[in-house]
Ligand binder design. Structure first.
Ligand SMILES: [Fe+2]
Length: 391
């Protein structure tokens, strides 16, 4: 039977729900393709691409530092919510220590002054400048600062960062020509790359939020499994890491695990929330959620079948007695073997209508008992190692 047709009202609701999810997933999938090309790391609170923007900005700053012959240089980011500046990039001996610091924006210190008035400040000798008595950073880190060239980085009229060159070499001070060199680098290189990094970070958040919204919607239909999809994703990624999967694979595994029960939107509430053990017919209908889920994802994720297979085969058993195709052993895709273990552990350790939850140790013992028959032993072993490592 085509999953989008049928003779009851439930199918109509399902079709509507499925279309909404397909549209939402299709939109975020477009973003994901871009994001997958990047290794996202946290750079002082901003998620940036380490492979692209972060390294590029760092390189540009190295060049800038050499061109204006500065001893050190720093790039402060602006946190709009807390109205603080913090070090995004700090090149020089104390760079890594400086990255921990946060400063409320005001005009009592040099970078704060530049952030407040959005103007360049070229100081020959900071000790002779009465405006800047706030020299805590310099004191605490034993920095012997004298000359500063500090400039705002503005994109589309908005302050995004403050760039600071510290101590012109050989005790000299920064010239007008140095200011022009820096202005050119900021305009052509630094500002556009910072803006790109900010957009990527926003896209990543949007994508994760959207996936999480879908997971919550799936969980919300099943009153007994609140938070199940999210926990299965966490366990799956933990196992995947233990098995040595690459970053890209872990990202895909996470999505497959979060969405593993997306097909349950096509299962009637009376079955999904049944307080009794399901009849044979009801169970047969429940089993169709894996195919329904795969069909939803197939329409948007043709380029990554691993996710579709992870969803489709998460109820297969290692000994071939599972569903929907009775695959056996290594025939079952790895994502599905991982999700099976994560799913079972969470199901056992959560309250269900027909039984109370198991203690975690008992659930682990059950997994070990099923290793090699119901589950892939290698996957169970990885899970047990993680579990023991946490306890
Ligand atoms: Fe399932």
């Amino acid at each position: 039977m085509d999953i989008f047709t049928g003779n009851n009202a439930g199918n109509l609701i399902y079709a509507f729900f499925a279309i909404i999810i397909i549209i939402l997933l299709a939109v975020i999938w477009r973003y994901r393709k871009k994001l997958n090309k990047m290794e996202l790391v946290s750079l002082a609170g901003i998620n940036m691409s380490s492979g692209a923007q972060q390294k590029l900005i760092q390189r540009i700053m190295e060049v800038a530092k050499q061109q204006v012959q500065a001893e050190a240089c720093s790039l402060y980011f602006v946190n709009d919510e807390t109205k603080e500046l913090y070090f995004g990039v700090a090149l020089g001996e104390k760079g890594s220590l400086l990255k921990e610091l946060r400063f409320k924006i005001d005009d009592s210190f040099i970078a704060g002054w530049v952030a407040t008035y959005k103007k360049t400040l070229n100081i020959r000798d900071v000790d002779k400048d009465k405006r800047f008595r706030n020299r805590e950073v310099a004191k605490n880190f034993g920095l012997n600062e004298k000359s500063f060239l500090t400039m705002p980085i503005i994109f589309d009229g908005k302050l995004v960062a403050v760039l600071q060159m510290i101590n012109k070499q050989n005790g000299r001070y920064f010239s007008k020509a140095d200011e022009e060199t820096m202005e050119m680098l900021i305009d052509k290189q630094i500002a556009p790359n910072l803006e790109k990094a900010r957009v990527y970070s926003y896209m990543q958040e949007l994508f994760n939020d959207s996936i999480q919204t879908i997971a919550n919607a799936i969980d919300a239909r099943d009153e007994y499994t609140q938070g199940h999809c999210t926990r299965v994703a966490e366990y799956s990624v933990m196992i995947g890491k233990e098995l040595g999967l690459e970053f890209e694979e872990l990202v895909s595994l996470r999505y497959a695990a979060v969405l593993h029960d997306v097909g349950k939107i096509g299962i009637r509430d009376s079955i999904l929330n049944s307080k009794q053990k399901l009849t044979k017919e009801e169970f047969e209908e429940m089993k169709t959620h894996v195919i329904k889920g795969a069909k939803i994802l197939e329409q948007i994720s043709k380029t990554n079948p691993d996710i579709v297979y992870g969803v489709k085969y998460h109820h297969e058993r290692y000994d071939g007695k599972g569903y929907c195709e009775s695959l056996k052993g290594e025939e079952i895709p790895l994502f599905a073997r991982i999700i099976a273990v994560a799913d079972t552990f969470d199901a056992m350790t959560s309250n269900r209508p027909y039984r109370k939850e198991f203690p975690e140790e008992a659930a682990v013992a059950e997994l070990i008992r099923g290793a090699g028959t119901q589950y892939d032993k290698r996957v169970v072993d990885a899970f047990v190692r993680c579990f023991e490592g946490q306890n």
